[in-house]
Design a protein around this ligand. Sequence first.
Ligand SMILES: [Mg+2]
Length: 268
Amino acid sequence: MRKINMERIKVFIFDLDGVVYLGNQLVPRADEVIDKINKLGKKVYFLTNNSTRTRNEYVKKLKNLGIKAIPDIIMTSARATAIYLSQIKNHANVFVIGEKGLQKELTTSGFKVTNKNDTQSLVDFVVVGLDRFFDYEKLTFALHHVIKGAEFIATNDDASLPTETLPLPGAGSMVAALTACTSKKPKIIIGKPNPFGINLILQQENCSPTQSVMIGDRISTDIQAGKKAGTSTILVKTGAGLEELAKYNNTKNMDLIIDSIKDLEKFL
Ligand SMILES: [Mg+2]
């Protein structure tokens, strides 16, 4: 493990679930640590693969947990997907397997989200994210749009979502369903481990990767994304952290491993 020079760090990028909170429970003292980072004049961002919520909903959730945030510092895979698609084709027609967060990001970025009953419009992109109302009909429409030439894009590829009890199927399960019937893989998977979201944050802050750190509980997504973007990386043992350490048994991509976000305080 390398050492992080915390004084050089200007932008702190936190994964949310498993790092800042566990479900609806704040990780103890996460609020105080984030407050302290803000008071030092450094920037805090939140980067999540979950595309179901809007950024305003995240702001509200964080506020309820005692953490101040504005939509601009929240980068969801839905937001990153909307930005990515804008770079390819503005005002395109999009068919979405996904929830409110994804649909809202796409419509506010000027995309036309095609209704599943609209079989006439030619669709440019089929965007697949976590959809708890996923069904055979949506999959059929997605398949037909891809056959007619739409580009298959995935917000993220997480196989499952941890909960306090048993896991739930993640966006990756819906991506796999469309891959199975189209025999195509997504053209791009926007969420972590893709560094795309981190790169957007660094551009927004005009910050070099060496002056930023990615803090996460998953080696295969958070730490990989940080590594690819060239940021420093910190693994926390909350959330999936401990399990991940046992599973990968490899600490070479992390600069620091801490029990919890609260332990960041002594490095600030
Ligand atoms: Mg996490």
